[in-house]
Write a protein that binds this ligand. Structure first.
Ligand code: 4AD
Ligand code: MG
Length: 464
């Protein structure tokens, strides 16, 4: 076969009939009779397939037999108006080349209707399903939109390190990074491991957040954002937790908490609107297959004002709700997803930005309020998800920050560089972290976070 350039299916479906074209892709289905065969071909460029019409008399039987679900083929033919319903054009095949067969006896993706659980066990093949094709294209579109949003606003994309010696969130959920021989590590006299002999000369881990370095960037460049993988060794086997997830963390000089809330709300609405405008086919598919309210829920968020609520008011509403929660509520408790979802889904019926949390349940860097009890944290709570964003105004006062670090008994030594931002030219500043996969859960309507990342990392699972 001559190698003229293939045209992607997405383009073909919009092209004028009456031209010779080349299409390449994977066979989704093959049906027909002794005289004519119809192949649905997909190349990942769109949820839609192009139909290939094959006159069996023009091809040898052996070639046609090898064209089975999952096989990869190249087709040259005439793009013609389709007589059948469901598509405007189809390809009348003139030449067929088989790149790769897929044995029907062993190829796992026969027909439709596999459970999401089963598809997770074949994460190497599931991108070939309609559902994962749609999710992965939306994931890409959201990543692009995130960069576009911040670029258009003049934010600088700052690359923060993945290997770090500090625990930003202070929750001790770090994965250690070491080249020491763990079966026989060097030890100090007191028996503890001698990390001075480790690769970095100290104990290091994978980062849980790029925020601390992000703050350094904001204190020089004004407005920055990070977008990269973060890691948490929290043993949470839930539909909303991953051990490796992607986070977007904007950090802005001269922003107070109100500015931070405004940016968070505007940012999420921009992303949802972008999905509605640019991922219509994929969203329609997910809406029809999984979640009939998906598109109306997305439109709802774009057109509503988020509620602003203090933690103290939120607790009062929960206490007066008369609802039976698995985890009891009271001032001082860390909210569980059931509490967050009650406020968002039942009480307010729209997203909520909750602020001013007890300092005990939030990280050391948050700006302390004058009441001595609460800090300027803010979480954005979403329907179906619970917390989608966590952020705060940062403590800008050197004295107060030092006092809090002391109070919490944190090691100051590994934070001296961070404290310097308050020592030299400190400024009011704020930021937040959006969990990329939590956003995708909301936008795609998927119910398990393992299904919005190509290769999920969760407790006891690091295959592929
Ligand atoms: O609330 P978190 O822990 O906040 C931070 O890490 C701050 N340093 C962010 C900042 O202010 N720059 O995490 C932020 C968000 C959460 O709201 C959630 O969306 C997501 O990250 N997230 C997770 N997503 C998936 N799996 C996990 N285990 C997650 N933990 C947090
Ligand atoms: Mg949080």
């Amino acid at each position: 076969m001559e190698t003229s350039k293939r045209i992607k299916v997405k383009e073909l479906l919009k092209s004028e009939p009456g031209q010779e074209v080349v299409a390449k892709g994977w066979v989704r289905t093959k049906r027909g009779n002794r005289n004519v065969v119809f192949i649905a071909l997909n190349d990942g460029s769109t949820i839609n397939n192009i139909q290939i019409v094959v006159d069996t008399a023009a091809f040898d039987e052996d070639t046609l037999k090898k064209i089975t679900t999952g096989a990869c083929i190249c087709v040259r033919g005439e793009l013609v108006s389709s007589l059948g319903s469901g598509q405007a054009v189809e390809i009348q095949a003139k030449e067929l080349t088989i790149y790769g067969e897929a044995d029907p006896a062993t190829y796992p993706l026969q027909k439709k209707g596999h459970t999401m659980e089963f598809l997770r066990t074949i994460a190497h093949l599931r991108p070939r399903t309609n559902t994962f094709g749609a999710v992965l294209r939306i994931r890409h579109a959201m990543a692009f939109a995130i960069h576009k949003y911040f670029n258009d606003k003049g934010f600088v994309y700052l690359h923060t390190p993945l290997i770090t010696a500090s625990d930003c969130e202070g929750a001790g959920e770090m994965f250690q990074v070491t080249t020491l021989d763990m079966s026989n590590p060097p030890r100090r006299e007191d028996g503890s491991i001698d990390y001075s002999q480790d690769f970095f000369g100290r104990q290091t881990s994978l980062t849980v957040s790029g925020q601390l370095e992000g703050e350094l960037g904001a204190m020089a460049l004004g407005e920055i954002y990070t977008f990269g993988p973060t890691f948490r060794a929290e043993n949470s086997n839930t539909p909303r937790h991953l051990a490796e997830f992607w986070m977007i963390e904007p950090e802005m000089a001269f922003y107070e908490i109100e500015d931070n809330m405004e940016l968070a709300e505007d940012f999420i609405k921009y992303l949802v609107r972008y999905a509605l405008e640019n991922c219509a086919d994929d969203l329609r598919f997910l809406n029809d297959m999984f979640d009939k309210e998906l598109i109306s829920r997305l439109e709802g968020v774009v057109n509503t004002n988020f509620v602003r609520l203090t933690y103290t008011e939120g607790i009062r509403i929960l206490e007066e709700s008369g609802e039976k929660f698995e985890f009891p509520v009271g001032w001082g408790v860390d909210l569980q997803s059931e509490h967050e979802r009650y406020l968002v889904e039942k009480h307010f019926k729209r997203p909520v930005i909750m602020t001013d949390y007890p300092k005990e349940i939030k990280a050391f860097y948050m700006k302390q309020n004058d009441d001595g009890k609460t800090v300027r944290g803010m979480d954005v709570l979403f329907p179906k998800i619970g917390e989608i964003i966590g952020g705060s105004e940062r403590e800008a006062s050197l004295e107060k920050l030092e006092a809090r670090i002391r109070e919490l008994g944190m090691s100051r030594e590994s934070l001296e560089w961070y404290i310097d931002t308050r020592r030299f030219g400190s400024a009011p500043h704020s930021g937040f972290g959006l969990g990329f996969e939590r956003l995708l859960l909301f936008v795609t309507g998927m119910s398990n976070i393992r299904d919005v990342i190509p290769f999920p990392r969760t407790p006891k699972n690091a295959e592929f």
